[in-house]
Design a protein around this ligand. Structure first.
Ligand SMILES: [Fe+2]
Length: 294
C-alpha cells in the first residue's frame, strides 16, 4: 500500500462513492488531495468494493467518515463494531475519525438515518460521555459533525449551535463543520447561519464538508448531496473560511445523481479559488492563522 503519511497539506477532497469510483480511479489528474469513505460500506467486504478501496488507497490518503456510530444515542454502544472499526482505521492509516452528532439506533434497530437530538443539557451529557468512550476505544481524535434536520425535537432548551459547542467542549473532541448543513438548517429553522458559525468552537474544526441540497419549498431544503453546491453555500463557505483560525481539509460530498467528473473538479476548483482569495485577504489584513490541523 502507498504511504501518504508525509503528504502535503490536505486542501480539498472528494467523497469516494461506488458510482464515482471508476471515473475517479481512471482520471489522469484530479485536484482532490484526498478522498473520504464511509467505513460501514467497506468493513469486512470483498469483491469490487475491496478492489476499488485498494485502488483509492494507492492513490490518495483515505479519510473515514462514519454513518452509524450512534454517537449521541442511548442504545448500548456497539463494541463489536467499534473494535472492528479501530482495526479498519489502523489499516487505512487514519489520523482521525468523524461521525455525526445525532442518534442512529433506537431500541437496537439501526435506522440508517441521522436523527437530531433534543438540544438540552441531558443530551449534551449523554453525547459527550459516549464521544469520550469512542475516542478512548479508537485512540485517535474524533470529530463530530453538525447534522441537517427537519424538525426541532421536543425538550430542546438551547439553540443548535450552542448545543454543538457544549458537546464539543464537554467531550473535549473536535468538530466537523458541514457548511451545507448549516445553510440547510438556517433556511428550515430561520436563523442566521453566520451567527451560528460564530457560535461554534472554530478552533476545534478538524474538517469541513460542503455539498448540494434540493429545494423542496423555498423554506424547506433537503440535504441530498445529489446536486451541485449552491451559490449561497459557496458564499457561506467563504464566510466560514474567513472566520476559521485553522486551515482544515475541505470535502465535497456528492452521494447521488453523479455528474461527469469534470463538473465535480470544477466545484473543487471554485472552493480552492475561494480559499486562496480569503487567504490572500488575510495576508493583506494580518491575523492569527495556523496551517496545521493536527
Ligand atoms: Fe457532511
Amino acid at each position: 500500500m502507498a504511504d501518504h503519511s508525509d503528504d502535503k497539506q490536505l486542501r480539498v477532497g472528494l467523497g469516494f462513492r461506488l458510482g464515482l469510483a471508476d471515473a475517479m480511479l481512471q482520471a489522469a489528474a484530479t485536484s482532490a488531495d484526498f478522498v473520504e469513505i464511509a467505513p460501514e460500506n467497506y468493513l469486512g467486504v470483498g469483491g469490487r468494493r475491496a478492489r476499488v478501496l485498494h485502488g483509492a488507497k494507492e492513490r490518495w490518503p483515505v479519510i473515514s467518515h462514519g454513518l452509524c456510530g450512534d454517537l449521541a444515542g442511548s442504545a448500548p454502544l456497539d463494541r463489536d463494531f467499534m473494535d472492528r472499526l479501530k482495526v479498519f482505521l489502523r489499516q487505512m492509516g487514519a489520523r482521525w475519525y468523524s461521525d455525526h452528532l445525532c442518534l442512529t439506533n433506537v431500541d437496537g434497530a439501526q435506522l440508517h438515518e441521522l436523527i437530531a437530538l433534543p438540544f438540552n443539557e441531558d443530551s449534551v451529557k449523554r453525547a459527550a460521555e459516549r464521544i469520550r468512550i469512542v475516542q478512548d476505544i479508537l485512540e485517535m481524535p474524533l470529530a463530530v459533525e453538525n447534522v441537517s434536520a427537519y424538525a426541532t425535537m421536543p425538550g430542546s432548551t438551547m439553540g443548535e449551535a450552542e448545543f454543538v459547542r457544549a458537546v464539543v467542549e464537554e467531550a473535549d473532541c473536535r468538530l466537523l463543520l458541514d457548511v451545507n448543513n448549516v445553510f440547510v438548517n438556517s433556511v428550515n429553522f430561520e436563523f442566521d447561519p453566520i451567527d451560528y458559525i460564530e457560535t461554534l468552537p472554530l478552533d476545534k474544526v478538524l474538517e469541513v464538508h460542503v455539498a448540494g441540497y434540493y429545494e423542496e419549498e423555498p423554506d424547506l431544503l433537503l440535504d441530498t448531496h445529489a446536486a451541485p453546491i449552491s451559490d449561497p453555500v459557496y458564499d457561506l463557505f467563504r464566510e466560514a473560511w474567513r472566520r476559521l483560525p485553522v486551515r482544515p481539509p475541505v470535502l465535497l460530498e456528492r452521494d447521488g445523481n453523479f455528474p461527469p467528473l469534470a463538473e465535480l473538479e470544477a466545484e473543487l476548483g471554485r472552493l480552492l479559488k475561494i480559499m486562496d482569495e480569503v487567504d490572500t485577504e488575510a495576508l493583506e489584513l494580518p491575523r492569527e492563522t495556523h496551517t496545521t490541523v493536527l
